[in-house]
Every structure is written in structure tokens, then in C-alpha cells.
Design a protein around this ligand. Structure first.
Ligand SMILES: O=P(O)(O)O[C@@H]1C[C@H](O)[C@@H](CO)O1
Ligand code: HPA
Length: 290
């Protein structure tokens, strides 16, 4: 699963975007299933459909609008992906992570990855927001890894460290913002496990994930985070628990994507407030640190 994009491809897309917009984003926000609303808090918006951006994949999953939105939150220039790409759509991991390297080349410093996931940790509840403190790259164990293939040193080193993929400072900051907004009762921290999907887990698989130390399970984030860390971007991951995964053969509930979208839409406003305030504080902190 070698990379199908050359440095020239990344450069061409970056130059096209830099040419089309005056925005120079510092923070990139990836909106997961049903979370496109996160971009609504931004001002001075300029929107591109993925299909109009050279080399960009297009979204094929309901709840993913397929738009790149530039805008500002207070004074912070941001870019939002309303929808992202998944292995199960048939995209290579190089395509799935294509936008991350574009953001890097555009001058982005930090990436905020959001998504929907199923709760494994028995203490979690539907609607909880889990700050991702670590992940398990299950497809990576089987060789489905976005950094397989020749390493391009212009992006990062051959053997990147992943023990600090999720920035401690950004996690602390979002915890503080959550408490300031009165959200502490439903903000958790935990380990996210990526599976390729598209089927939801069997009960035996879910029990295995619990034993492995996973707190939630989903079908995205990990390739994007891995590529972001590889090229030196700071990462914050927020996963919305849209359903609890069945760990018990006696449970009758059956998860489906409509339910995932329904919960995402219901919680998107809270998540938007958290993300918007986080970006404001992030900017204030970087001003204070310089
Ligand atoms: O794009 P994310 O990871 O938020 O979407 C999750 C995983 C699947 O794409 C879908 C399943 O309902 O939601
Ligand atoms: O239960 C789930 N499993 C995998 N991915 C998901 N995305 C939302 N919910 C889930």
C-alpha cells in the first residue's frame, strides 16, 4: 500500500488553494460524521467543494458534506473539512490523509480531529465527548498504514515516535475550556481504536477491544493523526460517543449509521461551542507564549 501521491501532487493542490483564497489557516478542524456544523462558528467564510479542488477525494458517506471551509474564529485563521475520507470507501490511506499534508504545506500548526465513535468503556454514556489521549491502529497492525512505502523526508522521518501523538498541552487546554463551559460531567479521556469498517463490531470483537484497553471504537482519525504527527503538526482529537457498543449477547439494541448521525447532530452545537472557545484560548495562549 505505497503512497499514490507525489510531492508534486501535494504542491499543486496547495498552490491552487493558496491562489484561490487569501486565508492562511493556522488551525485545521476535521469534522467527523454529522459534525459539519463545527464550521458554523467561523466568520469571513470561503467554501470549496471537494470535487472542485485538484487531486482532492470526494465524500461518499451521508453526514459528510464534502466541503473545505476557510474562515476565522475571533482572530485565528482556520480551515474546516466538512467531511473526511475512510478506508472503507475504497480510498487508499494516502488519499484518506491527503488533506493533512496540504494543511502542513499551507502553514497550519495544529489539527483538531473530531469524529463519532462507539463507547466500549462501560462508564461512558451516549453523548459523552472523549478527548483522545492515545490510539490503537488496528489496520496498521495488518499493514494498512499511511506511512508504508518510500518515506518522503520533506514531510518527516522514517520512524516517527507516536507515544506523544496527542499533544498534552492541547488536551489540558480543552479540559480547561470544557470546565469553563460547564461541560466537565460529559467530557472524558480515553483510548480510541480504529477499525477499517464498514460493518459495526461483533460482540466478540467488542469484548476483545475492551480487553485490549480501548475506550471507544471508530473508523477514522488514526491515519490522519499519524500523518499529522509525522509532519510535525500538533494534534487534538475529540470523539463523540454516539452509541454504546454491545458487549453482551443479551442486548437487543442494534447500532446503525442513522442513529450515529442523529446523536452527532444533537451534540454538534455543544461540540461547536467547545471547539470555538478552544480555538480562541489557543490563540491567546500562543500570543502569550511569544
Ligand atoms: O467519520 P467518522 O469517523 O466520524 O464516522 C463514523 C465511522 C463511520 O464512518 C460512521 C459509522 O456510523 O461514523
Ligand atoms: O460503534 C461504532 N463502531 C465503529 N465505528 C463507529 N462510529 C460510530 N459508532 C461506531
Amino acid at each position: 500500500s505505497s503512497c499514490c501521491c507525489s510531492f508534486e501532487d501535494y504542491k499543486r493542490t496547495t498552490e491552487w488553494l493558496l491562489d484561490q483564497t487569501n486565508h492562511r489557516p493556522k488551525v485545521a478542524v476535521i469534522c467527523g460524521s454529522g459534525l459539519g456544523l463545527l464550521a458554523d462558528g467561523a466568520a469571513h467564510k470561503q467554501t470549496f467543494s471537494y470535487k472542485d479542488i485538484p487531486n482532492f477525494p470526494v465524500s461518499t458517506v451521508p453526514g459528510h458534506e464534502g466541503r473545505l471551509v476557510f474562515g476565522t474564529i475571533e482572530d485565528t485563521p482556520c480551515v474546516f473539512m466538512q467531511g473526511h475520507f475512510h478506508l472503507y470507501e475504497g480510498y487508499s490511506l494516502c488519499q484518506v490523509t491527503f488533506p493533512i499534508r496540504i494543511f502542513k504545506l499551507m502553514g497550519v500548526e495544529s489539527v483538531l480531529v473530531t469524529n463519532a465513535s462507539g463507547g466500549i468503556c462501560p462508564d461512558f454514556k451516549v453523548g459523552d465527548i472523549m478527548i483522545i489521549k492515545d490510539h490503537i491502529n488496528l489496520p496498521g497492525f495488518a499493514g494498512q498504514h499511511p506511512l508504508c512505502g518510500p518515506n518522503d523526508e520533506r514531510f518527516g522521518i522514517r520512524f516517527p515516535c507516536m507515544s506523544d501523538a496527542y499533544s498534552k498541552d492541547l488536551r489540558r487546554l480543552v479540559l480547561d475550556v470544557g470546565s469553563e463551559l460547564g461541560c466537565s460531567s460529559f467530557i472524558r479521556e480515553g483510548v480510541y481504536c480504529m477499525v477499517s469498517g464498514p460493518n459495526f463490531e461483533t460482540i466478540a470483537e467488542a469484548r476483545m477491544l475492551l480487553i485490549l484497553g480501548c475506550d471507544s471504537v471508530g473508523m477514522s482519525a488514526v491515519p490522519e493523526v499519524t500523518v499529522a504527527k509525522h509532519c510535525g503538526l500538533r494534534v487534538l482529537g475529540l470523539s463523540l460517543i454516539t452509541n454504546m457498543v454491545s458487549l453482551d449477547y443479551s442486548r437487543e439494541e442494534k447500532v446503525n449509521h442513522e442513529e450515529v448521525l442523529q446523536i452527532s447532530k444533537m451534540r454538534a452545537e455543544v461540540l461547536q461551542k467547545l471547539v470555538t472557545t478552544f480555538i480562541c484560548r489557543y490563540q491567546q495562549q500562543s500570543i502569550n507564549n511569544n
